[in-house]
Design a protein around this ligand. Sequence first.
Ligand code: FES
Ligand code: MG
Length: 572
Amino acid sequence: MTQDTKPRRNRAWYGKLDRDGFIHRSWMKNQGFPDHVFDGRPIIGICNTWSELTPCNSGLRDLAEGVKRGVWEAGGFPVEFPVMSLGETQMKPTAMLFRNLLAMDVEESIRAYGMDGVVLLGGCDKTTPGQLMGALSVDLPAIVVSSGPMLNGKWQGKDIGSGTDVWKFSEAVRAGEMTLQDFMAAESGMSRSKGVCMTMGTASTMASLVEAMGMSLPTNAALPAVDARRMALAHLTGRRIVEMVEEDLRPSAIMTRAAFENAILANAAVGGSTNAVVHLLAMAGRVGVDLTLKDIEIGAGIPLLVNCMPSGRYLMEDFCYAGGMPVVLKELAAHLRPATTVLGKDISAYAAGAECFNRDVIRPFDDPVKPAAGIRVLKGNLAPNGAIVKPSAATPALLEHEGLAHVFETIEDMKANIDREDLPVTPETILVLKGCGPKGYPGMPEVGNMPIPAALVKQGVRDMIRVSDARMSGTAFGTVILHVSPEAQAGGTLALVRTGDRIRVSAAQGVLELLVDEAELAARRAAWVPEESPYTRGYARLYIDHVLQADQGADLDFLVGKDTRPVTRESH
Ligand code: FES
Ligand code: MG
């Protein structure tokens, strides 16, 4: 075996002519790898979140093969490894409880094994941020390949969108406008291929932001999962990561403050998920970029350009065929900050040559779907550290509103009472839900878009102001105020709200105010006792004890930052 003289990380595993080197190489050779692949060439980890329990990522086995072709072709040595997979629609109490656990898995796997660079294969909502958080904390060259969206849902001759139409159909059933039989039949038409939700839900939002941050190759966000061009993209990504190792191009050089600002601008333009906020804040914490909740408003004035559900009417397949993210980046060109990408070129290179093939799907900057679409941050005594609302998916009239609260103390309370015919609510009522924050649920689930009370649904009401410490699905819509911080379980003012209290909301002024006087609030606070959590052991206990609030990204406090030191001690 020849010895490579490059100071490559994998030499500390595979370059040693001693007992340790024997052990590292010999056991790898049981897979049929010949001597020469240990000659010092870049070893590329393929971090795979494939799982049959994460249907959105069920195509990643195939894409891993595409990446391997590219890595071999460029002279690298690909090694695929599994990490925890987070199936958004399958995990209880919520996949978000485990995002930080996936991030730990990714971080420790990359650090402990002898790789020089890594390709992150993810897609479903929490897999993209979890993988990036972990990779950022090790800071080896890294690049993303996403699952890609499912084909458009089709049912009774119409396009139907993942999630978005689930919320619509279930309200229609409750209003007596749709039969249960039809509702069940729509299931099969909604999810017709491998891939992630084909609305602009959290998965496609995160893939779009990853592309806008230059952490994937161009066009990664929108190519359908089953489109052959995605396999080609995986192949090209395999080639590129080998070059990135040669160039020592690390995520810390790409995911700079400028890249995060570009992600915020892009999130507004695509009508992206509110979940992007917690994920961007958590990723920034890992890479050492000083991003705060207030910074999310950088995107407030950016118009909605992408006409996809839930803010618009089309789906990801349409977005792809219209030109995808390169067109959005071209429309945003005057606003984007200079920032380097996995190509080693500025992000503007992603827009070069982009052409729009359907102007109803991707609108020009000066003729948008909606003006000023970016997520708004609300503050006030009800959310001293902030809350958020997504105007593009809300009812404009409700964004400036004062009304009386109807409070649900827990998710169980809400579920038991929301359909009561005598629930004392009107369309002007503000529904308040407690106990759904990071510590409270635990894991900050997507329950903030609570159903409209049955009595009102039957009268045709489809939106009301809802306030909680929860998140909501990126596929959801409505005037839903989310991520109230501090959460109720952490002793936030939210814990003190009572039915009949007045609440004032102003998205324009960034206000969320509980109109109860200070003395009364102080008395309530003195009498408040936190709920005992039933989670007394294991990961959930660790999570509850260490999770940061939503305004700080809901990472675990001891995971913020990175550790790029070499691992020097051997296993034997
Ligand atoms: Fe996995 Fe929507 S549930 S992407
Ligand atoms: Mg989700």
